[in-house]
Design a protein. Structure first.
Length: 471
């Protein structure tokens, strides 16, 4: 490709997962790419999101297994972990992946030019850098991500709090912690801290934890967390936050009764909002939604035809794999005249609690709302040999099918490694597979993935009456 109207074929504002995917796709298509990042290269996932949280979650799990191995005859040990060492291990992994997956990747693409400055959009073809230089391009892609958001709770701003980023950077463990918000981030961190010896209280405004998941998932996970020692309150209304010295006080209504909880530290994990302020979007004809997110069409093109957007800045489906998919698609459409549509059909979601949550497609209630008469099977993990062998039968596999066609339309899993099980039903949904397609497929014995086949068999059979591996 040759540059027609500017210094670059495409300029990308934001150097996280969506931005890098866009830059790589542009380079693969032969374009000259300008990549602009004013902060830390790599964005949320590698620096302050997926990578650091999941390594800390595994460390907390290792600590938990010392005390609760699940097997008779295995000696247990107790004692708090060496938090500074655990945190340093997390930081080392983040630094390593930032280097290998971002800096080193840039060196492999000489057609990508990195500008480490903040940027302001001037038009659909021009970006001005903080140092005064202007970068011109045929098309611009905005991939500026999102940041933690806190609701306007009385007293919260004055009291101060930690978010997911600063919580994982605490120099020492608090004795007690209040977590406001019980979706993925809030629950992952709540359980992490509880497992390393912190007394944790979780407060959620909606009726159950992980409220966007199937109700059975939220009810089951909430009970498991309570069994583990976390204090979990759902359906509450938080009235005020106060801080006196090293102690936080949160006043809330629970079932119509006033309650108060106190702790040494307060974590707010109530969602994220798109980073769309302060770099000129309002002057270049880009439309923003009610929560400040960039509004795009099915090709990821904004109201300004020269500007595209992808990733968390769109305000929904804030997953790193969605950002990477969207970034590559935005670059391809910007460079090839809108050849492909943005499609989140069969989008998988995972919450890395223990047991973990994974889901794809419709719940049975969503299916009915769409006029579909659903077939539903639910396999308790006590019927899954792998779970029995591991001495961990917490959870279930729930599969939803279209009653008319028997095609799979949803799957909802609560299990120790639910995230490792969800891809098969996602493929089934994407390619229109039926219950019979799943039951007729070989599944290795003594694996968690066998739970998908057993759940499919549960539509028509009582699996308690089947021998191992029976068809």
């Amino acid at each position: 490709m040759s540059v027609q109207h500017g210094e670059f074929d495409v300029a990308i504002v934001g150097g996280g997962s969506a931005g890098f995917a866009a830059a790589i796709k542009g380079a693969e298509l032969g374009a000259r790419v300008g990549l602009i990042e004013g902060g830390t290269l790599g964005g949320t996932c590698v620096n302050v999101g997926c990578v650091p949280s999941k390594t800390l979650i595994r460390a907390a799990e290792a600590q938990h297994r010392r005390i609760h191995p699940g097997f008779r005859g295995i000696p247990t040990t107790d004692g708090r972990p060496d938090w500074p060492t655990v945190r340093a291990e997390k930081d080392a992994l983040v630094a390593e992946l930032r280097q290998t997956k971002y800096w080193n990747v840039l060196r492999a693409y000489p057609s990508i030019t990195l500008f480490q400055e903040r940027a302001t959009l001037v038009s659909g073809r021009e970006v001005r850098l903080a140092g005064g230089r202007s970068v011109t391009a045929d098309k611009i892609i905005v991939t500026t991500g999102a940041s933690p958001w806190a609701p306007p709770i009385p007293g919260l701003a004055e009291a101060g709090y930690v978010d997911n980023v600063s919580a994982m950077a605490l120099e020492r463990l608090p004795d007690s912690l209040i977590v406001i918000g019980a979706s993925s981030v809030g629950l992952e961190l709540a359980q992490l801290f509880a497992r390393v010896g912190v007394k944790v209280t979780v407060l959620e405004a909606l009726l159950r934890v992980v409220p966007m998941e199937d109700p059975d998932i939220g009810n089951g996970l909430g009970d498991y967390l309570r069994d583990e020692g976390l204090e979990v309150h759902a359906g509450v209304h938080i009235e005020q936050v106060a801080r006196a010295g090293s102690s936080y006080t949160v006043s809330f209504m629970d079932g119509g009764k006033p309650r108060v909880v106190r702790a040494e530290q307060l974590l707010v994990a109530t969602g994220r909002r798109a980073n769309t302020q302060g770099f000129g979007l309002d002057t270049v004809g880009v439309t923003l939604g009610k929560k400040g997110e960039i509004v795009v069409n099915e090709f990821l093109q904004t109201a300004n035809p020269g500007i595209y957007a992808a990733g968390d800045v769109l305000g929904d489906a804030m997953f790193v794999y969605v950002a990477a998919y969207g970034g590559a698609l935005a670059a391809e459409n910007a460079l090839t005249d809108n050849a492909r549509r943005y499609d989140l059909t069969a989008l998988t979601k995972v919450t890395f609690t223990d047991p973990a949550v994974a889901s794809v497609g419709l719940t049975e209630d969503q299916a009915r709302a769409q006029g579909i008469a659903p077939l539903v099977s639910k396999l308790p993990l006590e019927h899954l040999p792998r779970a029995l062998a591991a001495r961990d039968t917490r959870g279930f596999v729930k599969v939803v099918a279209d009653g008319a066609t028997r095609k799979i339309i949803g799957a909802h899993i609560l299990a120790a490694e639910a995230g490792e099980m969800i891809t098969e039903p996602a493929l089934a949904i994407k390619y229109g597979l039926t219950i019979e397609d799943l039951t007729a497929t070989f599944h290795p014995y003594l694996t968690l993935s066998e739970g998908i086949k057993l759940a499919a068999q549960t539509f028509d059979k009582d699996v308690a009456k089947l021998s191992c591996c029976a068809a």
